[in-house]
Design a protein around this ligand. Structure first.
Ligand SMILES: C[C@H](O)[C@H](O)[C@H]1CNC2=NC(N)=NC(=O)C2=N1
Length: 122
């Protein structure tokens, strides 16, 4: 996951960049704790992150939003008390692109970073 988390999103995505099943399988092994879901015919990566309360969930979503702006690649977020469910897919290709795996890895790394700083009471 670390190598993927250090990459940056490609700004130009086009349907030609849709991943092959082999590429998709290889990339998924690097973010194996994310599930492959299909919604309205669109394949996406999904993972729920747990928090102590709503404020912490909102802070994570805010940090993730800043990351998405930096990378110009944006998630679908469902924010509730104690949980944020994150979905990644590429609108332009109506499916999964390498960018989605990069951002999934970055999302997991962000969560670990925030949980560590919270546990240190920082
Ligand atoms: C112009 C802008 O960079 C593009 O429209 C980006 C914005 N963020 C995006 N986010 C996602 N998830 N998919 C996209 O196709 C996408 N396109």
């Amino acid at each position: 996951m670390d190598a993927l988390a250090r990459q940056h999103c490609q700004l130009e995505t086009c349907p030609a960049n849709l991943l092959s099943a082999r590429e998709l399988g290889h990339l998924h092994t690097q973010v194996a704790d994310w599930t492959l879901e299909e919604a309205e015919g669109v394949l996406q990566l999904e993972k729920s992150f747990l928090f102590a309360d709503f404020v912490s969930a909102l802070a994570f979503a805010d940090n993730l939003g800043a990351l998405a702006e930096q990378e110009q690649h944006h998630p679908s977020l469902h924010i509730e008390w104690g949980r944020v469910t994150v979905n990644w897919y590429t609108h332009k290709v109506r499916g999964l692109h390498t960018n989605d795996f990069i951002m999934a890895a970055k999302t997991s790394a962000l969560y670990e970073q925030l949980q560590q700083s919270a546990s240190w009471g920082l």
